[in-house]
Design a protein around this ligand. Structure first.
Ligand code: AMP
Ligand code: ZN
Ligand code: ZN
Length: 410
């Protein structure tokens, strides 16, 4: 009897062993990624070639010992549209944050603007996309956002576990300290996905232009905060897959490179909502034909399109929030009015295919290749990479696997 029991026990053991052999063994990369934090850092307006200024030793070290290249922003090359593309993998035309300033026939009497706190927190503006932190939270991965466009809204009923209201005056150092404080919290509340945002390089770039000493100084100061972050992670023995990127670059503008709206269309033909590096234009009811004739005519430094006729390479023009007419000047030129201050310093919002609009990309950590150059690719490719690093199922998106294939260890 006991012999038969032993034979059955041995058989059962063999079955268990056979079942285990069927399980796919986790690769070394997967096991390291499982444990590693994912930290997504945006340095607003950090143009891809700012790294060559030679003033950012921490970023240079990360680039050299990680994967490094440039990404092309989505159209239009503004802050909110591109931050949302980075975390959703969707083009602005699909995720609906089509500009920093916009109106929506389905949200009447509200103008979305960065300074409109109620709008920035209203999920109706954001719900066409599902940011990575929503997918992470749903998968049981805690997320914390030290600022990111969209992070203050309850998108599809979900907000990051930890987040703060945007406060531009919070210093870069204090932002890093807050992130490290979150990581010092009890294991149960510790985030595994973190976003961190720095704005000084963009602000100074607007004011003084991309080639200024002030931009180099701002880049150097932000680099110190990056150093503070990597040191803080090291001191805590935390392994992190770090992505450092930006929403767009910066191009020099000048008072003599201007296109005046008054010279193109009289005030009765319609009104512009956004001006500067592009113009969004709404013809007055009944004046559509005249407004189109005035704006769509060939111009030496600008092209305007009807909403549905924007070239396919821009992936833009179907969302209900896109204006009936969209005008894009030559990079470095601005569309303005005589009532506005003449352009000076720098701006973005220009053609994403201009080299000046390209943004930095660095991937560093256990999942990333060391010393690998990545090809120039679209910023929507960052999202599939984030999903891979976190091991969450990506939502339907416009991104591809270029960064996954080029930046990760093979
Ligand atoms: P832009 O006009 O495209 O250059 O926008 C850059 C500005 O966006 C920054 O200087 C910030 O003041 C602002 N900004 C960035 N993130 C946020 C946020 N989460 N909420 C409100 N404003 C923001
Ligand atoms: Zn920006
Ligand atoms: Zn800016």
């Amino acid at each position: 009897m006991s012999l038969i029991r032993n034979i059955f026990a041995a058989l059962a053991m063999l079955l268990v062993l056979a079942a285990c052999a069927q399980l796919p063994a986790k690769s070394e990369l997967e096991r390291q990624s499982d444990a590693a934090l994912v930290v997504l850092v945006s340095i607003d307006g950090f143009r891809a070639d700012y790294l060559d200024l030679g003033v950012t030793p921490n970023l240079s070290r990360l680039a050299k010992t990680g994967a490094h290249g440039a990404i092309r922003p989505s159209f239009p090359t503004k802050t909110f549209p591109n931050h949302y593309s980075l975390v959703t993998g969707l083009r602005p035309d699909r995720h609906g944050i089509i500009d920093n300033n916009m109106i929506d026939p389905e949200i009447p009497d509200v103008a979305f603007a960065l300074s409109n706190r109620a709008a920035v927190r209203d999920a109706r503006w954001w719900n066409d996309g599902t940011p990575i932190w929503v997918s992470a939270e749903r998968a049981g991965i805690r997320s914390a956002t030290l600022f990111w466009p969209g992070s203050e809204a309850t998108i599809h009923g979900v907000r990051p576990s930890q987040w703060l209201s945007f406060r531009q005056s919070m210093s870069a150092t204090a932002r890093v300290e807050q992130v490290l404080a979150w990581l010092d919290g009890p294991a149960a509340t510790r985030p595994r996905l973190i976003t961190l945002y720095f704005d000084e390089v963009d602000t100074v770039g607007h004011f003084f232009g991309p080639d200024s000493l002030q931009v180099a100084e701002a880049a150097a100061r932000t680099d110190m905060a990056i150093g503070q972050l990597t040191e803080g992670l090291k001191a805590r023995g935390l392994k992190a897959n770090l992505i450092v990127t930006a929403d767009h670059g910066m191009a020099a503008v000048a008072p003599d490179r201007v296109i005046y709206l008054e010279d193109l269309a009289s005030a009765d033909l319609g009104r512009s909502l956004a001006l500067g590096a592009f113009m969004t234009y709404y013809p007055a009811p009944g004046r559509e034909v005249q407004a189109e004739a005035a704006l769509l005519a060939p111009h030496p430094h600008m092209t305007c399109w009807r909403k549905g006729e924007i070239p396919a390479r821009y992936h833009f023009g179907t969302h209900r929030r896109v204006s009936p007419i969209f005008c894009l000047p030559q990079t470095g030129w601005e569309i303005t009015t005589r009532a506005r201050r003449p352009p000076k310093g720098g701006n973005h919002g220009f053609d994403p295919y201009s080299p000046e609009m390209a943004a930095i990309f660095i991937g560093h950590g256990p999942a990333f290749a060391r010393g690998r150059a990545t090809p120039l690719t679209d910023n929507v490719d960052v999202y599939p990479l984030l999903a891979r690093l976190l091991g969450v199922e990506p939502e339907a998106n416009d991104g591809g696997e270029t960064l996954i294939n080029s930046a990760l260890r093979r």
